[in-house]
Design a protein around this ligand. Sequence first.
Ligand code: CA
Length: 219
Amino acid sequence: MIKILIVEDEKPIADLIDWNLSAMGYQCEKVYDGLAGADLIEENCYDLVLLDIMLPGADGYELLQQLRPTGTPVIFITAKGSVEDRVQGLRAGADDYLVKPFEIVELVARVESVLRRAGKAQERYAVGDVVVDPKAMLVTKNGRPVTLTHKEYELLLLFLRNPNIALFRDTIYQRVWETDLETDSRTVDLHVQRLRRKLGWSDRLKAIYKVGYRLEVEK
Ligand code: CA
């Protein structure tokens, strides 16, 4: 199981990150100050550390210095959004940089991308009788392979990476089709309908009026 440490002194933000990443099957630990973070880093091994910069006790840069020799990937999560701060963060060796306030879908994309680069990507997703193995690009339902088009597969991964989160139709379009949504486009709706049919997910892929869709997954 992939272990993620969250060091963030704003409890609501730490809890939100913890809740969402735990729902995706990551094993999360969180602490609200830098010294507690330093102790955990000393004693444990993590696959990824999410670091706030301005922290009581020891700041994010100090914790990053402590983490460097271990090679653990680090994403800075901070309100310091100026160009100089970003450059300083990346120069100090952070793998990525996320500025508050951020959307959960953005956080999830960055976490997955940093883990992929570190060769630690989540190996498989299981929702009910549907199992997805991203390395093999294989989707099965009740053990039988399901044939998806490339876009249907990308859409499925987006939902799996953001379980129980309402995804805006234009966000879905940007992520899967990598361009902005044309007005009145039915593309997203048509692809969701096909996924529902192929996976038997008419109850799981909920339409949210005037927003988009949400994949409902039991905790
Ligand atoms: Ca802070």
